[in-house]
Design a protein around this ligand. Structure first.
Ligand SMILES: *Cc1c(COP(=O)(O)O)cnc(C)c1O
Length: 375
């Protein structure tokens, strides 16, 4: 039997490199609270992502919360977002005393549909959070226009889009703030970690307050904040993984091409779109399955792959409005039936990392061949 193959595999630095880097931390005994490795990593990430502000946090959820807290939005305000995302996006809104409101996704990109956002706006709306889901970039220009017209803040959950660019625009420069998860499941990771980016230097201090209890100095607590700080251990991993990550990204880029060639042979399977002018983050490889045309449904593929120890993921089914805490909430849409309600049953993410070997790709091809109508 083969070893199990999972949808992601963490990028991990050499242990000897890590211990070497930690010598200084052990000597200085500054292990957290904007330590020297932490500060080096912030500088390196700001340069790498081509943004003026890059503030590290202990995880992506804390990055979302720090971003929202730094915007000082009125309590109870509504934040429009997509239900086709990881639970953290909606939960962070709630945890900040705000109300998530769900809007539909675009049929082609599966990102927040600007027309649906326009429908969801009320006098209580204070912000919009778009998600670059699977690394497919949101229509940031259309969302910006809507937000400007209504005086709303625009935040991007870029947890899947580290390092992506749209022509000259780096992903972290879209909207007012962007957040990244540096969790082990993400291509560029610090085991646990997060990041908020901005192009406005004013945000730097606000984000530092938000991630450190709102403490300005020994005597002054300026605003509501959380403990969202990253430790030196995680920063050390981040510095080392920053050296390794482009190589992993290139391997995944080649794997995307290999998968595309297989997927396009099957009527009823749709490969993830390649957006014009976009350099992909290579976080996920997502396909959509039309059960009638293909001859079998998404869940059949998911289950059959398991027989070969290949564990794909049905991201993001269930969607947020299927969770008990948000169940029954409206999904604002320009269609009679929200696009996302159909999409959630057709999406499948295949294992996507340098541990995926030619025999794995062949096994996936064989499963698709077996289940498709045309064998
Ligand atoms: C991973 C992820 C997060 C949460 O990040 P954590 O680092 O796990 O807290 C938020 N949003 C999306 C879309 C994610 O995929």
């Amino acid at each position: 039997m083969n070893d199990p193959l999972y949808v992601s595999r963490p990028l991990i630095p050499e242990l000897s490199d890590l211990t070497a880097l930690l010598q200084g931390v052990w000597a200085s005994q500054q292990v957290t609270n904007e330590g020297s490795l932490h500060n080096q990593l912030e500088v390196a990430l700001a340069r790498h992502l081509e943004v003026s502000v890059a503030k590290l946090t202990c995880n992506g959820t804390a990055a979302l919360q720090c971003a929202l807290l730094s915007l000082d939005l009125p309590r109870g305000g509504e934040v429009i977002t997509t239900p086709l995302t990881f639970a953290a996006t909606a939960h962070a809104i709630m945890a900040c005393g705000l109300t998530p409101v769900f809007a539909d996704v675009d049929e082609v990109t599966l990102t927040l549909d600007p027309a649906a956002v326009a429908r969801a706006i009320t006098e209580r709306t204070v912000a919009v959070i778009g998600v670059h889901v699977y690394g497919t970039l949101c229509d940031h220009v259309a969302l910006r226009d809507i937000c400007n017209a209504h005086g709303l803040k625009l935040v991007f959950d870029a947890a899947h889009a580290f390092g992506a660019t749209l022509e000259e625009t780096p992903v972290g420069a879209m909207g007012d703030l962007s957040i990244f998860s540096l969790h082990a499941s993400k291509l560029y990771n610090t085991f646990e970690g997060g990041l908020v980016t901005s192009t406005d230097p004013v945000d730097s201090q606000r984000l530092r307050l938000a991630r450190n209890f709102g403490i300005e100095n020994e005597e002054v607590v300026r605003s509501v904040g959380i403990n969202g700080k990253m430790s030196e251990l995680n920063a050390a991993i981040g510095l080392l993984n920053l050296q390794k990550y482009e190589e992993e990204r290139a391997v995944r880029s080649a794997l995307r091409t290999a998968y595309d060639r297989i997927v396009e042979r099957f009527p009823g399977l749709t490969k993830q779109i390649r957006q014009v002018g976009v350099k992909q983050s290579e976080q996920y490889y997502m396909i959509r399955v039309d059960p009638v045309t293909f001859g079998a449904g998404r869940d059949k593929i998911y289950t059959r792959l398991k027989d070969f120890q290949i564990f794909s993921r049905r991201y993001f089914w269930p969607i947020c409005t299927d969770f008990e805490c948000y169940r029954g909430q409206t999904i604002y849409s320009v269609h009679e039936q929200p696009v996302v309600e159909q999409v959630k049953n057709t999406v499948l993410c295949l294992p996507f990392h340098s541990g995926v070997l030619p025999h794995h790709v062949e096994a996936i091809d064989a499963v698709l061949q077996e289940l498709s109508g045309n064998n």
